[in-house]
Design a protein around this ligand. Sequence first.
Ligand code: ZN
Length: 215
Amino acid sequence: MSANRHMSVDSRGRGTPEAASGLVSGADGPAGSRSHNPISTRRASLMQEPVLVLNATYEPINVTAVRRAMVLMLKGVAQAEEMHSAEVHSATHAHRVPSVIRLLAYRHIPQQSRALSRKNILLRDRNTCQFCGRVFASSELTLDHVVPRSRGGRSSWENLVACCYRCNNSKGDRTPEEAGLKLARRPRPFTLHTSRQLMRLIGHRDERWRKYLFY
Ligand SMILES: [Zn+2]
């Protein structure tokens, strides 16, 4: 479960087990191939699959999960532009799920910055602990103040990084130099440019995204 969630966040693409198995290739695969795994598990992981979000102008602006994308569609906020090859099955129906959605009303996205949030910092740092370089599930990461708050370090894009609990503990109330730790890279604000790069990485495994990502 956490492995699935982790992969949809990290999404370095092609080599993941999900991608390799074709993840419930509903439209293409034989119907009988469904019966191998419990539907609930597969359905849960499908609901976590990444969906590309386009502005009303077709400009890519975000990546969300199938579950959230379907809520936006139900609310009439967005419409599907591309469908996933997989389907979600209820008791009586098969529902196709989106791969790319588009907002129906234009939303202004500030050029330079995105909200400073835990989610966005983990996304910027690709769920990678910036000290040991290992990739973790979101639930196994915390945010570290590079210069500790007790030493005047601020909560800013330049001073917050994704950090595993182990590195966070060993760093304690010290600077990386004092703790003998080295940052993987200098933390920077998460710009639209950064997020486009991420979208491309995530989109590598979904051909349906390609035409929108080189906007
Ligand atoms: Zn670490």
